[in-house]
Design a binder for this molecule. Structure first.
Ligand SMILES: Nc1ncnc2c1ncn2[C@@H]1O[C@H](COP(=O)(O)OP(=O)(O)O)[C@@H](O)[C@H]1O
Ligand SMILES: O=P(O)(O)OC[C@H](O)CO
Length: 501
């Protein structure tokens, strides 16, 4: 039996997962690492921690594998946008890794928006001009680390998102590459030419010499140095984690979508071989690029993406903020102890509202309470709020893509919650399906890698491996759905602009 070793470098932990040719999870290891919050709104990692935690779990799995020679290839998937700069000679980071959640460049983005650059940036990159993405984070590092800009211009420094940083270390500096899906999250990459864009590099003041070479998401991308993992392994896939999950969910056809219920919610819709511009503040992003058997060239798949800031984090707030549950799992029996929310709505706009509202001044609102309202109603309203937010971005996606979606595939930590998924099906009016393997991020990267090295011959082979754990059928009438969503939108309006004063 041949195996694929997938490395899943996430925001709070590094994981390694071994998959066999049936797409079954054979072994896994996970290691958390330190998060640094040096100032309000700043979030940093140490690039060395990212690498050493990832290396440790990869080595653990290789050591535990009875026949390491049967590992056909590595697959890399990663937290996106997080920005690392290092010295090409020593391989040491020259500053902190600035994490995607970091808001330190929000003012710079606001100033650029005021200069009227929003449309140009959206047309070229598919993104909103926001501190979330790598462009302004990289500029910040070059401007705030002594000598960095000068050294970058002389070609002495290297920039990378986390995929690039891992490959640099796995190859001992032989490969400085990033894949198109990660490149498409930097604000520096042109979605149409599939290359770094000189106008954008000028706008963000980034020297080309610091950038990695852009490669497809799958193929013979690099070869690990034998000294790192005890053997030389091909790196046959590199892909951002949300795109990987979309692939792992088997969303190969345009019109197929997945939603991940993690801390936030990330919904991605496969829109096919052309980028679709959003009219509702969603992101246009590259899903993956892989060899196209029919043309012997490369085929690029694009996606629309929406992020909801407060997904499972709403449940964390019930646990840590309100102390009405001790563990996240307790929310389900508590919410089930009442038949409905009793007209209570929780709008979890604790850090503003993301897509499709993009209101940074919105704040959390709990409305409609009476003397009969209990913690069970609040728990139920919290779960409904997750499903209602997802419904809002789902509707925006359908409008942008001009499609009617017929199913939503789901994964992520909160997708364990059956009540949440039933609510989601009821509110959307379509079936919601949860696969048996919810480690879809690592699985998607493993699939891409396995396709590249011949473990599977086509996506049809992989579609056949997708196994349903549970399907949630909608049970509400259209009228019930409309009333629920209308009431929710009234609550959202009350939450908007709250902190503006
Ligand atoms: N049974 C549950 N019901 C609702 N939410 C849950 C449940 N179990 C976990 N969660 C939520 O899921 C989130 C963790 O999911 P995970 O996919 O590990 O997130 P991330 O990858 O963003 O760290 C947490 O916010 C937690 O509150
Ligand atoms: O590491 P995760 O799962 O929180 O994912 C982070 C996303 O890639 C950020 O865009």
């Amino acid at each position: 039996m041949k195996y694929i070793l997938a490395l899943d470098q996430g925001t709070t932990s590094s994981r390694a997962i071994l998959f066999d040719a049936n797409g079954s999870l054979v072994d896994s290891a996970q290691r958390e690492y330190a998060q640094h919050f040096p100032q309000p709104g700043w979030v940093e990692h140490d690039g060395r921690d990212i690498w050493t935690s990832q290396l440790e779990v990869a080595q653990t799995l290789i050591n535990r594998c009875p026949d390491p020679g049967s590992i056909a290839a590595l697959a890399i998937t990663n937290q996106r946008e997080t920005t690392v700069v290092w010295d090409r000679l020593t391989g040491e980071p020259v500053g902190p890794a600035i994490v995607w959640q970091d808001r330190r460049t929000a003012d710079q983005c606001a100033a650029m928006r005021q200069e009227g650059l929003t449309d140009l940036i959206q047309t070229k990159t598919g993104l909103v001009l926001d501190a979330y993405f790598s462009g302004t984070k990289l500029a910040w590092l070059l401007d705030n680390i002594e000598g960095a800009r000068f050294r970058a211009e002389r070609g002495e420094l290297a920039f990378g998102t986390v995929d690039t940083w891992l490959v640099w270390n796995l190859t001992r500096g032989a490969s400085h590459i990033t894949d198109v899906s990660n490149a498409s999250r930097t604000l520096l990459f042109n979605l149409h030419t599939l290359d770094w864009d000189d106008d954008l590099l000028r706008l963000f003041n980034i020297p080309r010499a610091i950038l990695p070479k852009v490669v497809p998401s799958a193929g013979q991308l690099a070869q690990t140095n034998p000294s790192v993992l005890g053997r030389s392994l091909p790196i046959a896939a590199m892909i951002g984690d949300q795109q990987a999950a979309t692939f792992g969910q088997g969303c190969f056809q345009p019109g197929m979508a997945k939603n991940t219920y993690g801390t936030g919610c990330f919904m991605l819709l496969n829109t096919g071989s052309e980028p679709i511009a959003s009219g509702h503040h969603l992101l246009t992003t590259i899903g993956w690029q892989r060899p196209d058997v029919s043309s012997a060239g490369l085929h690029t798949t694009y996606c629309l993406e929406a992020s909801v800031f407060m997904g499972g984090a709403t449940i964390q707030w019930l646990r840590d903020g309100l102390n009405i549950i001790q563990t996240a799992a307790e929310v389900e029996p508590l919410a089930l102890s009442v038949p409905d929310v009793g007209d209570t709505y929780l709008v979890p706009a604790f850090t503003g509202l993301g897509a499709p509202h993009w209101d940074g001044h919105a704040r959390g609102t709990l409305i409609g309470m009476t003397r009969g309202t209990s913690k069970a109603h609040i728990a139920r309203a919290a779960l409904e709020a997750i499903a209602l937010q997802v419904a809002d971005v789902f509707e925006a996606m359908e409008k942008d893509a001009g499609l009617t979606l017929t199913e939503l595939r789901v994964d992520g930590g909160a997708s364990k919650n059956n009540l949440l998924l039933q609510m989601q099906a009821d509110i959307l009016g379509i079936p919601v399906t949860r696969p048996k393997i919810v480690e879809t991020t690592a699985l998607g990267a493993a699939y891409l890698s396995g396709l590249a090295v011949g473990l599977w011959s086509s996506t049809s082979d992989i579609s056949a491996l997708w196994q349903e754990d549970k399907r949630f059928e909608p049970q509400w009438s259209d009228a019930q759905r409309k009333t629920k969503r209308a009431r929710w939108h009234q609550a959202v309006e009350r939450a908007k602009s709250w902190s503006e004063d």
